[in-house]
Design a protein around this ligand. Sequence first.
Ligand code: 28F
Length: 650
Amino acid sequence: MTKEKAQKNYTASNINVLKGLEAVRKRPAMYIGDVSSRGLHHLVNEVVDNSIDEALAGYNDKIDISINKDGSVTVQDYGRGIPIDIHPEEKRSALEVVMTVLHAGGKFDKDSYKVSGGLHGVGVSVVNALAEWCKVEVNRNGKVYFQEYERGLPKADVKEIGKSKKGASGTKVTFMPDGEIFKTTKFNFDTLAARMRELAYLNKTITISIKDEIEDEEETFHFKGGIIEFVRYLNETRQPIHKPVYIEGEKDNVPVEIAFEYSNAYSDNIHSYVNNINTHEGGTHLSGFKTALTRTLNNYAYKNKLIKENSKITLTGDDFREGLTAVISIKVMEPQFEGQTKTKLGNSEVKSAVETMVNEKLAEYLEENPSAGKKIIEKCIKAAEAREAARKARDLVRRKNVLDSMHLPGKLADCSINDPEHCEIYIVEGDSAGGSAKQGRDRRFQAILPIKGKILNVEKAKINKVLENTEIKTMVTAIGAGIGTEFNVEKARYGKIIIMTDADVDGSHIRTLLLTFIYRHMRELVEHGKVYIAQPPLYKIKKGKEEVYAYDDDERDKVLKRFSGNGKADSLDENGIPKGVHISRYKGLGEMNPEQLWDTTMNPETRTVLQVTVESAAAADKIFDTLMGDAVEPRREFIEKHAKYANLDI
Ligand code: 28F
């Protein structure tokens, strides 16, 4: 290449970098999903994915993450370090290319270097573009290299800044998320830690440490047993009926790893992953697994006469999954993600790969472990019997028209318009709060359903008991989309289901019960983002004619500060409250009159509602199990750890 031509290329790639940066900063959501807290945390995952890839390539077994005092985040690995040599076409360091060129991964990626990769799999240059500043340090060839960027643009060329410690190599990236882009730039330790725990389970060779220099928290994750330990962890609150089954192998270029265990629970709990990404919506790998499970267990049951030839019972796929906790983790070179949230695997060749492998290895396992096999089949037969009993119970109630939305419950104050997209239902705890809500609402599009106290804990009840429960029947009828396997989200009579309970411990318990019910029996509502938690204020602060509501202690303190003329000491009373200021604490929704309830909690123009997401179904499921299951110890630990929030953040 002549010098002139190289020069030209260099300019051309500079222009491409600028164009790329502009595109990312103009439409960040296109690259990272959104600019809320979720998108913010996605930045860290994106960087960590690079370190995971380096681990999967066999060169890294440790990742350190820290939330720094200034609010920035550092991710460090001990892999080979990003190459720093000059890229012949681009005429600049490969490091600079990786950090600034969109989809640089793909450029080098002939041998598919990248296996891991976030949901959006966009690469670290996107993180760089959305960072106020970013610094990268590479240990390689015994030297330390450094480059720094502002909003994605290098401040100078890559430079050598010293010698590595003996034998040290790796990559360290520190970035400050850009406040001009993100609605919030505060990282949450628990959110990051949950993902790191999951990654550590899925990649058993890696040790991931995470610390928070602001909140002074620290955790290290390393699981020698990988997804076997993951399954045990998910089943911590249940009673397993056998030791986890582990299947591993590669078929048609698809590495497959599966661990599962049956417990005494009634629901199934299957988590599937492709390239470390949670495929919430399932896909071909999951259907391959399910098909093989049903077929192999069925064959085994008949072959070993565990089901009598003349038995009236036929086992369905659902019966073979009752009480099943499973983790499926596969790697696919070119995954096709489909579905509403792009978390459904579409690659058709994967189904038969997984199916064939599970058929083979599960049959082998059952031959070698007949006592586990027998217990599993007995459990599935019980499930079939219970299903039959539930069907009868359902037929009975249906005949009485109890679950029929033609007969809406008397307690429901329905809205007047008939367009689910624009209608919402408030499920309110207690008749008195229900009364306020009925008077305060906008009756055109807001429906109110008061429910009484603690509803049935569905985690501990069989499906026919669930269906007999009055409060639950009322909810099912009001929402109008059925229940369980017959649930159809398209029939839902409301676009938003908003749970409104008191801001105290009882309220939070009731909220958890309601969420458990919805999560277990109307999960699609959550998956479609239709479930919300109302956020009533905790305080009303009054000074003269001005009345302000505060939704948490921070906000209360800010208002108090403002009311005190920003902290002049002489204007405070003996409790530290500014003179002439009156604070009242709301405990129950019932303490607010209808107008206040509308202003603070129900008016769509001014309220905040928390959307319930299945961001990490594993984490959510864990919380439900911990709070709802039989095991007392984990529940106590959980409550102690989270007591200061006394609510459920999912
Ligand atoms: C804290 C974030 O980004 N770690 C990374 C590597 C290692 C290589 C690499 C990364 C191949 C040719 C571009 C090294 N030596 N942590 C990280 N570690 N990227 S990112 O290569 C990327 C492409 O240039 C690496 C040999 N092959 C690959």
